[in-house]
Write a protein that binds this ligand. Sequence first.
Ligand code: FA5
Length: 340
Amino acid sequence: MEANLKQVLENAKVEVEKAIDLETLESLRVKYLGKKGTITDLKKSISKLPNEEKPQAGKLINQASKEIENLLAEANEKIKNELLKEKIKEEKIDVTAHFDKYESGHLAVINQTMEELETIFQNMGFDVVGGPEVDTVKFVFDDLNSPKNHPARSTSDTFYIDDEVLLRPHTSSMQIRVMNEGKLPIKMVSAGRVFRNDEVDATHSPMFHQLECLVVDENVSMANLKATLETFIKEMFGDEMKLRYRPHHFPFTEPSLEVDVTCPACMGKGCPACGNTGWSMELLGGGMVHPNVLEACGIDSEKYTGFAFGLGVDRIAMVKYGLDDIRLLYDNDKRFIEQF
Ligand code: FA5
């Protein structure tokens, strides 16, 4: 193990030293420290060691992990400084230039999209409610029927503040908060920020936005869910947009599904952006509210049924405005922001 770790560290040092841009550094972080990275694999292999070797192996792996983190942090700082120097050289400001108007700001694309979504749902008769970004394990997992061993509960997926309090990884906790108020029927949406320990790529961000939708009443069926989704998608993107339903599993809905829409770049013909499938990336998950969830909130599941879904607002914005990378929404590049 020790020799192996030494070699891993040597390799990491050489590779980090050679890295000249932030993308390469990020791919090295994923390679060594990511969920499927070398160090993570080594941590997993500890369980196979004899008991007496485990503490020492754990200590060495943690040290190596820290060292690689430090190497990456130093290189990150160095590359950022270089980039800044280049930028300052290139982007000279002419302080003598004349200007006669102050530019006013406007809502960020993501907030515009969230407002647009809320308006569409309001026009369909939904209440718009707000909720906390810091929530409890009870509302985020327990009352949503999530098994104790569900991977989303682990600290490698979710950011905990302490054992009971966390940054919400989805807006589904709002289902519980609203059902607990005890007023029926329910027809609500709730949009806001959510947080996950996801690796960043073109379609994933560790902080993103979801909109939760929940309807609970007598005789609510899957047909109501589909009708609501189709009305909303057509309002948002236009009549040509088709929806694709795929079966899925969520602990809090049964049956559950995921939804994609027509690829906006080729309108379903197939193109490089959609890998020739004609469909967009996954936009939302939903289904019929699980009877256990209704009962956890004191609602009689023999009398009432419900549907719920949670959609990725960032991805809705990407489809709407033809963005190929979620990071554009967070880079704060004026050239991008000014287009909206
Ligand atoms: C959920 O979060 C469920 N709570 C959705 C739900 C609600 C199901 C109600 C049933 C009933 P999921 O993890 O698939 O499911 O996320 C929902 C949507 O959020 C995804 O379809 C995607 O559009 C978006 N999303 C998920 N992870 C990320 C991420 N890291 N970055 C950006 N968008 C993301």
